[in-house]
Structures are given as C-alpha cells and as structure tokens.
Design a protein around this ligand. Sequence first.
Ligand code: GNR
Ligand code: NI
Length: 163
Amino acid sequence: MTVLTILQYPNPRLRTKALPVVAVDAVITGLIADMFETMIEAKGIGLAATQIDVHQRIIVMDLSDDNSEPRVFINPEIEVLDETTQLYDEGCLSIPGFYETVERPSKVMISALDREGAPFKEEASGLLAICIQHEIDHLEGKLFVDYLSPLKRQIIRKKMKKK
Ligand code: GNR
Ligand code: NI
C-alpha cells in the first residue's frame, strides 16, 4: 500500500469532473486501499479520488474515532430527502488549516456501489450526510470554499498560495 499525494487548493486539477467507474476490478481495489492509507495518514474522515488526481468516482470514508468503520462509495448518487438544512464547520485535506461554516441538506438517500461492486442504498443524516455531499462535490470539481463569499475565498486562496 502507498500513501498518495493530496492535491492542494488552488491546484486546477481539483476542478476535474470524475468519470464513473466501469468495473470494480483489482486496480480499483488497490486504489481504494491506497486511498484509505492516505486518508488515515492525513487524519481525514473522508477522501475523494479527485484529491489524489484520479478522476474516477470513488470515495472512501471513516467517521469513527479509531478507523474501525471504513466505508466505500463507488459511483455515488444522492437524493435530498428533506428540505431542512444543517450548518457545519467544514475542513478539507486539500485546503488544510481552513475551516468555514457551510449549509447543506440534512437528510439524503445515498445510492452507490460497495467495494465488491454491489449496489446499496443508505439513508444519511448528521456528519455522514455532510461528508458524502462534501466528497461528491470533489468528484464534480467543487470545493467547500465555493460556498463562501468571493472575498473569503480569495483570502484563503492567497494564504494557500503563500504556503
Ligand atoms: O477530514 C475531513 N473533515 C471534514 C470536516 C467537516 C466536513 C467535511 C470534512 S471532509 C475532510 C476530508 C476531506 O477533505 N475530504 O474530501
Ligand atoms: Ni475535501
């Protein structure tokens, strides 16, 4: 297994739209293992393939304190189940050190393939709902800073460029 490099904002590759996975084969399985290793090493709760410059629709996630609940979402789709929204102070491994409040739908239905390629559905609320929306945004080339005012985004962009 390998720890991969995480692209940093404002790298334009983070704006690439990922394509669906065609077959969950040994290459995809190996990539998923590397993504978990990368996410854990970076102390994240989720990682989208876009962040490691692979533009296929793959997300790994572990919301537990001890990395005991790994989740994989391949070709994920969400349907908003409730117009209610929730606010959360979001961070991103591609924008380290910056946290800003983002508003998102509270309750969504996730449809995806698991690591074996089998389809499943899961109703999500709380942190899972936030995280899956944050990760699917990555697959679309979108970042949490896109929800902020242009001024706030510009400040973060300049500070990231200085690093
Ligand atoms: O580790 C992460 N924490 C986090 C906190 C609040 C909202 C979303 C996230 S996801 C982030 C990891 C990451 O950048 N995934 O793309
Ligand atoms: Ni992120």
